[in-house]
Design a protein around this ligand. Structure first.
Ligand code: ADP
Length: 497
């Protein structure tokens, strides 16, 4: 009840009307209707100014002619009466009854089509006649009506007898005209035309607007579906150029936005997985350390067990350190602070050192590591620690993924403009679909079995960052079952720069 009152209230109606006029189709209809109405107004003003005076003019001329015609008509009849008796019109009574009254009757009915009165000069009425009502079918058939505003006067001399005459004044009034009906008809036609123009305006406006609003509505639907999360939604092609351009612009925006959203989603998913992995990774060493500590605190261990616990604790602490270092490096890369300590040196040193550092692990895993370096120094400017980290990651991966009995080759080749480092293994290889992603952060492949669990998907991302900071490139070539080859090219231009 309350809401009904609110809705129907004048301000509410006003607001709704104002909102309606914001709509394109309503506006177009209003504009077209206004144009039609203005055209109609102009033409009706013009007609109302011109038509009545034109009709009055015609009626006046007809009345003037009628007055003159009556005089001639009576003169004519007088001639024929006088031919039988030259003095027959001398007496006013005879003149009136024999000539003036019947002639006036005939004139009024036949050609004046109005009231005819004849006066003598002294003002005395000689004869007067109005069109007979019997003649209605003639006079009124076309909507003729007596017009009281028209008066015509004439004056003529009538010969009453040889050498005698009287002056007669002819007055014609109330001439039947179709002025009123003509004006009425014109008004009716104008109103009809106005209504027709209005209807056409509404129709044309609605059609024109729907050709515009239809595509706009489709575009709006597309954008709202997009906004609701359907990132594949795009605007179709439109016939109206401007709307089509808008649609294309929308599609460009949608492409960019959906790319960004997908990237962010992928990043978010990887981050989630990474956080889950990290917490899982942290849980294992922490649980192990807790167990060792508790056992030792309870004092239920002998010396030998104590030593073993300490060894395994050190192992777990190393793992924790490795993880935190990787995470720290990654956050430094993210925030753009990853300083390099570039010095000129022999690149063979870090290669040898990296191979050396992993020799024990390789032996434990039963994997042969073959390294090959040039016989002469490979001089280059590089950050030794970072190159060690880079090689550590690559060789570490190779050892991690390659099964027992396999082989890892580390090779350094010196060329004129660059040095090339190759780390090749005889491991399981990387599926083609994953090749482009192995350098992505948090990416961990599907084809690497149990070793996957020990990874964080950070090693290659950090490796790539280190190479790029040295101005070099890193590439991977691999196929499932044939092992993987990582090739790093470090340019020499940096030397001395
Ligand atoms: P992780 O710490 O998980 O090893 P990386 O960034 O070092 O992370 O490697 C990313 C992924 O690339 C690995 O999960 C694995 O699928 C693939 N990968 C890297 N090196 C090798 C390799 N030598 N052989 C096979 N797959 C590899």
């Amino acid at each position: 009840m309350h809401s009904a009152r609110t809705e129907g209230s004048p301000p509410g109606r006003l607001a709704r009307w104002a909102a309606m006029t914001q709509r394109l189709n309503v506006r177009l209809v209003l504009v077209l209707a206004s144009v039609a109405l203005v055209a109609l107004l102009v033409s009706s003003i013009a007609l109302s100014q011109i038509l009545p005076s034109y009709l009055d003019d015609i009626a006046q001329r007809r009345a003037d002619a009628a007055a003159l015609g009556t005089a001639l008509f009576i003169d004519n009849r007088a001639d024929s009466l006088r031919s039988t008796n030259p003095s027959i019109l001398r007496t006013p009574e005879l003149r009136n009854t024999l000539l003036l009254q019947p002639a006036t009757d005939d004139a009024a009915n036949q050609f004046v089509q109005g009231t005819v009165a004849i006066y003598y000069d002294d003002g005395a009425l000689a004869a007067r006649a109005t069109p007979s009502t019997n003649n209605d079918k003639v006079w009124r058939a076309d909507g003729l009506e007596p017009d009281s505003r028209i008066t015509a006067r004439g004056r003529a001399e009538l010969t009453t007898a040889p050498g005698e005459s009287v002056w007669l004044n002819y007055v014609v009034t109330d001439v039947y005209t179709n002025r009123a009906t003509t004006l009425q008809r014109v008004n009716g036609t104008l109103i009809g035309a106005g209504l027709a123009a209005l209807a056409v305006a509404v129709l044309v406006g609605t059609l024109a607007a729907s050709r515009l609003t239809g595509p706009l509505a489709r575009l709006r639907r597309a954008s709202s579906r997009f906004a609701q999360g359907d990132l594949d939604e795009r605007a179709p092609a439109f016939a109206i150029m401007e709307v089509d351009e808008l649609g294309q612009q929308f599609n460009v925006m949608a492409d960019r936005l959906s790319d960004s959203v997908r990237m962010l989603e992928a990043d978010r998913d990887r981050l989630r997985e990474f956080v889950a992995d990290v917490s899982h990774e942290l849980r294992t060493p922490i649980a192990a350390l807790r167990t060792f500590t508790e056992l030792q605190r309870d004092g239920q261990v002998d010396e030998e067990q104590r030593r073993e616990f300490l060894d395994r604790s050190t192992e777990q602490i190393n793992r924790l350190e490795w993880m935190s270092t990787n995470l720290l490096d990654l956050s430094r890369i993210d925030s753009g602070i990853f300083p390099l300590d570039m010095r000129s040196g022999d690149l063979r040193d870090p290669v040898r050192a990296a191979v050396e550092a992993q020799a024990e692990i390789a032996e434990q895993r039963g994997i042969a590591v073959v390294s090959s370096v040039p016989t002469s120094p490979v001089m280059l400017r590089f950050d030794r620690e970072r190159i060690l980290q880079l090689l550590g990651n690559l060789i570490g991966n190779a050892l991690k993924f390659t099964p027992r009995g396999g082989e890892v080759v580390v090779e350094l080749v010196d060329a004129h403009e660059a040095a090339t480092l190759v780390v090749r293994d005889s491991g399981p290889g990387i599926p083609e679909a994953e090749l482009s992603r192995v350098f992505d952060r948090f990416f961990r492949g599907t084809n690497v079995g149990e070793a996957r669990a020990s990874g964080s998907g950070l090693g290659l991302a950090i490796a790539r960052s280190i190479v790029e900071m040295h101005g070099g490139t890193i590439e991977v070539a691999s196929a499932v079952g044939t092992g993987s080859t990582f090739t790093i090219t470090l340019p020499r231009e940096r030397e001395g720069s």
